[in-house]
Write a new protein. Structure first.
Length: 429
């Protein structure tokens, strides 16, 4: 069995000019299927509340269209359940029609009504939600073949899903002769590897959010790279629980506290803390927290409390944010770093009463950037937070992929990138 190539080698190859589809001189009249990440948030009325993912892919769409390609966009949105929901129900909740309308406005160009009818050169068409088909997430070969029949060239420009092994990500590539990473994906790879593999020191990493099991292995990898690691969100409460701190009703991953072996990390939380000490990495955990009776927005009868984290501090309550003392510690640590990478909020920031810690971290990122330092926001809820505060244009790079950026740091996985190797054809550049 052939040994899997190191991820850094895969990235290095995909950044070669031969994989740059914008240099392709033979796209005129060809059908180009672009896998984009248009998984935008929608409100209860079906209106898009954050269009950053749509705006991020615009340069790629324009570049391909200007070369005379017939551009077909494929994307998912939300989490439809094709095995449980009817097509009508899925369309009511997860249709890409709002995205179609927005793209037409942003491109100042009406999108084509169909892949098959009247599709002229430089036309752009958006397919309906790929996850209306169970074969997408299930990476069904027949679904992948049907998708591949739509195109002559496949372009993977959805960085947010390249860590997934799915029909519209990896399966389709097996049935298309020419495949390339898109401009957005190449840009992500360049910025993230440049700033995280060869960073200006000190390198600070802020890790938060609720997906504990997904990030435990990342922290282990980061201990070997970073000078400072700041841990907030549910991740922090998992580490604190391992140290005997009371975390009350706060959800924590008990398996993570004991062992996260299934995610590739054989270290217990306490062992990671010791490893950080040995490597000279400052692993900083909160020393106080905001606690409440509910994780929902507090009503008039509820009171948000700030408590120091002790073995008996917050029994029968939920930890909903880092406390003000921790926020101060984190901001001071951020300001000392020459490069800062942030992935995950410090608490339930979507509830405004619980967003102070996340907002403080976001604001602190701007100060290093003003001093000529590098600040990278690693996708997911961190992007939503930085956008809400209107600070996205004040950081060095805002990534479109949360889980993907973490796997890139960890140096493993990323099947959506690996499958592209050797598929660039013999284009004329």
């Amino acid at each position: 069995m052939q040994e899997e190539r190191k991820l850094e080698e895969v990235v290095e190859e995909l950044l070669l000019d031969k994989y740059d589809v914008t240099l392709h001189k033979e796209l005129k009249g060809k059908r180009v299927l672009v896998r984009a990440d248009l998984n935008v948030p929608l409100d209860s009325n079906g209106d898009i509340t954050d269009d950053s993912r749509c705006r991020a892919v615009l340069p790629s769409l324009r570049a391909l269209s200007e070369k005379g390609a017939k551009v077909i966009i494929a994307s998912h949105l939300g989490r439809p359940k094709p095995k449980e929901q009817s097509l009508a129900d899925m369309k009511d909740e997860f249709s890409l029609k709002p995205v179609d309308t927005l793209l037409a406005t942003l491109l100042a160009k009406e999108l084509g009504p169909s892949v098959y009818v009247g599709m002229a050169e430089d036309c752009i068409c958006l397919l309906e939600n790929t996850r209306f088909h169970a074969g997408d997430t299930g990476n069904d070969e027949e679904f992948s073949k049907q998708l591949a029949l739509l195109c002559d060239v496949f372009v993977q420009d959805a960085f947010g899903v390249v860590h997934r092994d799915q029909g519209s990500v990896t399966g389709v590539v097996n049935h298309v002769t020419e495949c390339y990473p898109g401009p957005l994906v190449r840009n992500e790879l360049f910025y993230l590897t440049k700033h995280l593999n060869e960073p200006k020191r000190p390198l600070g990493v802020i890790i938060g959010g609720a997906k504990v099991a997904d990030k435990i292995g990342v922290i282990s990898a980061l201990i070997h790279k970073a000078d400072t690691i700041l841990v907030g969100g549910r991740m922090a409460f998992t580490f604190l629980a391992a140290q005997g701190v009371s975390v009350g009703k706060t959800q924590k991953c008990l398996e993570t506290i004991e062992m996260a072996k299934e995610k590739g990390c054989n270290l217990k939380c306490l062992e990671m803390i010791e490893m950080a000490k040995e490597k000279g990495c400052n692993l900083l955990l909160p020393r106080d927290a905001a606690v409440a009776d509910s994780i929902d927005a507090p009503d008039n009868d509820q009171k948000l409390q700030f408590v120091p984290l002790t073995p008996s501090c917050c029994s029968r309550k939920f930890g909903v944010d880092i406390g003000p003392d921790s926020a101060k510690d984190f901001c001071e640590a951020i300001e000392e770093c020459a490069t800062v990478f942030w992935n995950g909020p410090m608490g339930r920031f979507e509830v405004k009463e619980y967003a102070d810690g996340t907002n403080a971290v976001a604001a602190a990122l701007v100060k290093p950037n003003q001093a000529g330092r590098v600040t990278v926001v690693g996708g997911g809820d961190s992007v939503a937070a930085i956008n809400q505060l209107g600070l996205a244009d004040q950081v060095t790079h805002v990534s479109t992929g949360g889980g993907a950026s973490l796997e890139l740091i960890e140096g493993k996985g990323m099947p959506g990138l690996r499958v592209l190797l050797g598929k660039c054809g013999s284009m004329q550049v």
